[in-house]
Design a protein around this ligand. Structure first.
Ligand code: 4H7
Length: 210
């Protein structure tokens, strides 16, 4: 799953230029038996399987260095956001751990993980997509990852409001007109309009951000 998305555009360039060093590790390489078993049934019964502690502990102990931040992804983690992305972009070594189809033995949480993150309140079949989401959000914040054009652009969340409406040519399309102020050339008026629009949109759609 990881090969495709992490080999595209901005992430690919960051990897190619050495800004970002990404390695994918397979938990099965740390299994003890010839079937390369990494999971087992939960004590006390119940549905589903859990990742056994031994392979994860040994994987993390073999891969982590001094200062590595070990992060589990699960629906029970604290919710990932732009502020957490910015914080993680300051950390030089991250180890993101995904149960493939399974949850974790609690001892992994207690002893091994520095943090546990969720990308939102929904359930996924496994942790690969959340890990890729976190990698993408963090990698684009590394100094030099974005072109000047993109990084200069003020975006949603960086100033705490949703983006204001934007338009490009033509000035009229199928009877729908671009707001007059944007064609006025009055940059003070344009800035004022954009701020009002951003505030109104945030109030309507995401009052929790205000
Ligand atoms: C850890 C524990 C993250 C990881 C349980 C992971 C959503 C998110 C997973 C599970 C994730 C998120 C196992 C619970 C499969 C659901 C069907 C992997 N789902 N799973 N069950 N929101 N799934 O970040």
């Amino acid at each position: 799953m990881f090969a495709g998305p992490l080999d595209e555009s901005i992430i690919k360039r960051a990897r190619d230029t050495g800004l970002l060093d990404l390695k994918i590790h397979n938990l099965r390489d740390y299994a003890h038996d010839r079937h390369r078993t990494v999971d087992d049934r939960p004590f006390g019964g119940g549905p589903g399987m859990l990742l056994k502690p031994e392979p994860i502990f040994e994987a993390v102990e073999s891969l982590a260095r001094e200062g590595t931040r070990v992060i589990l992804v699960s629906p029970a983690g604290r919710t990932f956001n732009q502020a957490i992305a910015a914080e993680l972009a300051q950390v030089s070594d991250l180890l993101l751990v995904s149960g493939h189809y399974e949850g974790f033995d609690e001892r992994v949480r207690e002893e091994l993980a520095d943090d546990e993150l969720s990308i939102g309140d929904y359930v996924l079949t496994n942790g690969a997509l959340p890990i890729m989401v976190i990698i993408d959000a963090v990698a684009r914040l590394l100094p030099g990852a974005l072109g000047d054009d993109q990084s200069a652009h003020e975006e949603s969340f960086s100033h705490g409001l949703l983006e204001y409406p934007q338009y490009t040519r033509p000035a009229e399309f199928r009877g729908m007109k671009v707001p007059e102020v944007l064609l006025s050339g009055n940059h003070a008026q344009i800035a004022k309009w954009r701020l009002e629009q951003a505030r109104q949109r945030t109030r309507e759609r995401r009052p929790d951000l205000l």
